[in-house]
Design a protein around this ligand. Structure first.
Ligand code: FES
Length: 242
């Protein structure tokens, strides 16, 4: 049997796997004991919940898992992605399945890359009071308020640049006291930039021509026939651009 001291340090007798230390968290108001090094998402699952919505990539890219939480002795509401934020002792948390909003519907071909488009589609932008709450809420650490200010000036290139790593979790919009939908404005800015302002890329044209000519068909067929484990191994062994 494991000694009380060994147990306190997460140790087990030789030949046994060390037991993880546990922390107590409140998930949607209910107390659970979960492993210390679990992400919020793992902790929710460890506690017995099945995440049907609110999870996608599980790697911090898709923005499906926006979460708000409080910590003991701290009045603030914190924000994070459930798949990349680790639990902490006493954390009280809940995932936000979606942030309600009115999404502008537009035909990109009929827009101009300037402030008139922002005025037409997202006039709410001009309610910005420059409090920076959106930037503080961003789990990606983006300068969200700065790209909203750029939107007010019609600086589409700046919106694109500052919002490029947005995962559209919507936590900025959730916290904004002016009720702006920052992430949607970022998407609009990136679309306008891509359609009207980005430099022509011969390299991209060449690659698309190669795809249409079937240059990668055999490679696609191989990938499509691979088992999930095999595909996963290949994915994590890939060369990633610096
Ligand atoms: S599940 Fe995709 S960002 Fe968390």
């Amino acid at each position: 049997m494991k000694s009380a001291k060994a147990e306190a340090h997460g140790q087990t007798p030789a030949g046994h796997e060390p037991q993880p230390r546990m922390v107590t968290v409140l998930i949607m108001g209910k107390r659970h004991t979960v492993p210390e090094h679990a992400t919020i998402m793992r902790a929710i699952e460890y506690a017995g919940h099945q995440i049907i919505r609110g999870a996608g990539c599980r790697e911090g890219f898709c923005g499906a898992c926006g979460t708000i939480y409080r910590l003991p002795g701290d009045y603030k509401i914190h924000t994070g992605l459930a798949c990349t934020t680790l639990v902490k002792e006493g954390m009280s948390l809940t995932q936000v399945p979606a942030v309600p909003m009115e999404k502008a519907i537009y035909d990109l071909e009929k827009l101009t890359p300037d402030v008139t488009t922002i005025q037409q589609l997202y006039p709410v932008v001009f309610r910005c009071v420059a409090c920076n709450t959106c930037s503080k809420a961003c789990p990606q650490g983006l300068k969200t308020m700065d790209y909203i200010q750029a939107a007010m000036r019609g600086d589409i290139a700046m919106i694109m640049d500052l919002s490029f790593d947005c995962v559209a979790c919507g936590l900025c919009a959730l916290r904004c006291p002016a009720e702006i939908v920052q992430h949607k404005v970022g998407i609009l800015g990136r679309r306008l930039y891509g359609r009207y302002l980005s430099k022509h890329s011969q390299h991209l044209d060449d690659r698309i021509d190669e795809m249409h000519a079937g240059k990668f068909d055999a490679e696609y067929a191989t990938l499509m026939s691979m088992a999930k484990d095999e595909l996963s191994k290949l994915y994590y062994a890939r060369d990633i651009e610096a």
